[in-house]
Ligand binder design. Structure first.
Ligand code: SF4
Length: 457
């Protein structure tokens, strides 16, 4: 079978160097291309789900709720409520006569049994079709029970995953705006870290060590009480820009809190981020402590990373992750290991992310936005990738191809952020790439004849 690239997709595929710049991105998926992206609702849910003491009610068929049940491996230092899944389980009868009554009843039941302070109600595809007035139901709930009940307008078909991020950010603004007159007390909010495998705690500990207080974490390990303190911060630091720059911009405009983009993946990015935040929030002493921490961190992990280097040098990596910031950090991390990035793509990268990516990788590297499995498979084979770094949907693709895989998304159990994350990541890449199992595997799918360069563009 010969794989070809859909005509409409060609503008979203480029290569490194100057050609990587200016590919089409930040747009809706091409119909029929079987995008790897999740829907609008899923985008909203992954952002809000780590708020640990909130009730997340999915207004829609049960499938939407099960699809995203406990979707992130976000850890909690408090409530476990967020790990449950609540659905109004809309049926045919509700589609015909409307589902608003069922939603009202679900909220009443939750208030009677659990009396939470915060409820999110997600409107899914079918609610967008039948037009239930979710706003009115939430308004009534707030009036009757005194609870914050916030609609998240996220029908799956209403855009792309980035639109879901935006809807989640609007919901957070709806929650915290009532508290925006608080006096600024200094310190930072951490935006766009979801506490996978406890990564938020690593970042918080670094900031604590250099003397910078953290007011709110948005949304990893967040709770109602911590979120409403966010307007008192003097700086927002934004790790996952794809999901949180919109919220950061709104907080800057409406609450006067500036923001700074950071990344705590890799030695270089971690050090650079800590030093920049220290300079922005603290004085000379804070910067001195940050410098001491970053020098110590890099020094302590050097023996471990150097030990793996001979086993990794010369290998080739493919990257397909959610946002641009992560792809950029991963390219740098692979570079430090002596691994060449030969394929790199994201679900929600922005033009400025692809500008940076294009400058970091070589001309041999394929850059693609909003890829589908056929494209990933074709380019991984064409470029001879030894490992794919991705998320839950990319894992089976790699295994079917007989290629090593590293989960850099929801399901992982160990931290990949900060200095300890660099060691964990290097170890995992080594264990996966150099696993003897790959020598015994025959790829389970028929080989695809790669498209030629001229067919690609
Ligand atoms: S919101 Fe729509 S696209 Fe998303 S999971 Fe539900 S039915 Fe599927």
């Amino acid at each position: 079978m010969k794989a070809a690239i859909l005509e409409e997709r060609k503008r979203s595929i480029g290569s490194g160097g100057v050609h990587g710049r200016g590919i089409d991105c930040d747009m809706n998926s091409v119909s029929g291309s079987v995008s790897q992206r999740a829907c609008v609702y899923c985008g909203a849910r992954v952002v809000l789900n780590p708020i640990t003491d909130a009730f997340h009610i999915v207004h829609g068929p049960i499938g939407c709720a099960s699809y995203t049940w406990d979707i992130r491996g976000s850890l909690t230092s408090g409530s476990e409520l967020y790990r449950n899944s609540f659905s109004t389980d809309l049926q045919e009868r509700d589609i015909v006569f409307g589902g608003a009554k069922k939603l009202t009843a679900a909220i009443a039941e939750i208030m009677e049994k659990h009396a939470p302070k915060l409820i999110f109600v997600y409107a899914t595809c079918i609610v967008g079709v039948i037009g239930d007035d979710v706003d009115a139901v939430c308004r009534d709930a707030e009036r009757i029970y005194g609870v914050r009940c916030i609609p998240v307008k996220s029908p799956g078909f209403s855009g792309n995953k980035s639109f879901g991020y935006k809807m989640a950010c609007n919901a957070i603004m709806e929650l915290i705006s009532r508290h925006k007159t608080q006096k600024k007390v200094g310190g930072v909010n951490i935006l766009g870290d979801y506490n996978l495998a406890g990564e938020m705690w690593i970042i918080e500990n670094y900031l604590k060590e250099i003397g910078i207080p953290v007011l709110a974490t948005i949304t990893g390990d967040a709770s109602y009480e911590t979120l409403i303190k966010a307007p008192a911060a003097s700086l927002n630091i934004v790790q996952c820009a794809g999901s949180m720059v919109y919220l950061a911009s709104r907080m800057e405009e409406e609450m006067g809190i500036p923001y700074e983009r950071v990344s705590f993946f890799g030695i270089e990015d971690t050090a650079d981020s800590l030093l920049r935040v220290a300079a922005l929030v603290g004085g000379a002493e804070t910067v001195r402590r940050a410098r001491a921490l970053t020098e110590r961190g890099a020094r302590e992990i050097l023996p471990a990373t150097e030990a793996y280097r001979p086993y990794l040098e010369g290998k080739k990596a493919a990257i397909y992750v959610g946002g641009g910031f992560k792809a950029i950090s991963l390219i740098r991390q692979f570079d430090a290991m002596g691994i060449e990035t030969v394929v790199v793509g994201t679900q929600t990268g922005r033009p400025e992310d692809y500008e940076v990516i294009g400058g970091l990788v070589g001309e041999n590297c394929v850059i693609l936005d909003d890829a589908n499995p056929t494209e990933l498979e074709t380019f991984m084979k064409l470029k001879g990738a030894d490992i794919l770094v991705g998320g839950v949907k990319e894992r089976p693709l790699a295994y079917k191809l007989g290629v090593a895989f590293c989960d850099h998304n929801h399901e992982r159990k160990h931290a990949l952020a900060g200095y300890e994350g660099v060691v964990n990541f290097t170890k995992e890449i080594h264990r996966s790439i150099n696993n003897p199992v790959w020598g015994y595997i025959t790829p389970a799918i028929a080989p695809v004849t790669p498209v030629t360069e001229s067919e690609r563009f």
